[in-house]
Design a protein around this ligand. Sequence first.
Ligand code: KDG
Ligand code: MG
Length: 405
Amino acid sequence: MKIKDIQVYVNCPDRNFVTVRIETDNGLYGLGDATLNGRELAVVAYLVEHIKPCLIGKDAHQIEDIWQYLYKGAYWRRGPITITAISGIDMALWDLKGKAAGLPVYQLLGGKSRTKMKVYGHANGNTIAETLDNLGKLIGQGYEAVRLQCAIPGLSSTYGILKGEKDYFELQRNRPLPPEQAWDTNKYLNFIPELFRQARSKYGEEIELLHDVHSRLSPIEAGRLGKALEPYHLLFLEDAVTAENQANYRLLRQTTVTPLAVGETFNSIWDAKELIETQSIDYLRAAATHAGGITAMRRMADFAALYKVRTAPHGPPDISPIGHAAHAHLNSWAPNFGIQEFVGFGGAQMTAVFRHPLRFEEGYLHLNDSPGLGVDFVVEEAEKYPYKRSYLPVSRLGDGTLWDW
Ligand code: KDG
Ligand code: MG
C-alpha cells in the first residue's frame, strides 16, 4: 500500500479546517485533521512543501516509522506547526490501515473498553441566571456533565461568552485583527465561586460540573479558586494556570483537592511528563490534532494510566470531525478514558462537508463500526467554502498589559 498522492485542503465550512487526504496505489484514501486555529496556512505550507515530497512512494502501513521519520527527521522537534502537520498525516495513515483491514481504528488499538463515551457540554451566559438556564437545558438533553462559563460583571468581555456572535468563529472573524478582550483577576476570583454555589443550590449534586480558567491565574491564585470551589465538587478545573513550567502544578496541587485538568495546547508527551509523574493533574486534555495524532495519543494515554491520570481530549469546534472521530476511537479503547468535551456537530455547511460516524444520545457519544476512522470528506462541498483568515483573541489588563488568553 504505497502512498501515491497527498492533498491538503483548507476550507471554511462554518469555520476553517485543514484536511489531509492521502491516496494509495491500491485505490484507498485516508483522512487526517491538521487544523491549527488562527495559524492554519503555516501548517498547510509545512505539509505541502516539506512533508509531502518525503512521503510519496512510502509504505502507508509503516505508521510508526513514518511518525519517527517526520519527528526526528525534522531535527527541529516539537512545536505546534510541526506536530499539527504530523498529526494530520498520522490520522490519515491510521484511517488507511483500518480501511485496508476492514476494521474500525479502535479495533487496531486493542478493541473497546466501553460501549459509549461520556461527554461534557458547555453552558455559557451573560449572567448567572442565563448560565443556569442553559445548564438546565443541557440537563434536559441528558448531559451528565457540563462546563460553566459566565460573563464577569464589570468586564467588557469574558472567555467563552459570545455576546451576540453566532459562534466562536464569528467572534474571531468579524474583526480583521485579533479581537481584544479584558481581564481582571480580582473581579474573576470574587465572582466564579458564586456561579457554582448557585448551580449546586439550583440543580443539586447529581450533575457533574467543570470550569475552564483558560490559563489566566498564577499558581497561588489558582489555589485560592480551587479551594473556594471545593464545596461545589467539580469534576475538574481546567487550565487553572499555564503549564509551560510544569512545576506550577506541583505548587497548585498542594493548595487544593479540586481535581485539575490541563493539556489542550500540548504538542508532545514531554509537555506532560512531569505533570503526570508527579501526579499533579487528574485529567490530560491533549488532542490528537495537536499532540501528534493517534500514535502519540496512545502513548500518552498508556503513560498517564500508570499514574492514575485519565484522558479528557480537547473537543472544541476548531477541531474537525476527523479529529473528533480520532478521539472517539481512542476513547473507545483507552482503559483510562475519563470524559470527552463535546459542543455539538456543527452547522449545515460542516455536516455537508464532513460525514462522521458519531451519534449523541443522552449525554454520551456512540461510535459506529465503519472501517478506519469512519469519516468522509466531500471535496466538492468543501470547495464551496474558501478559507477565511481569522485570529484567536488576545487579553489585556485595564492598564493595557498583555495577558494570557
Ligand atoms: O482554539 C482555541 C480553543 O480551542 C479553546 O479556546 C477552547 O479552551 C477551549 C476548550 O476547553 O474547549
Ligand atoms: Mg480549554
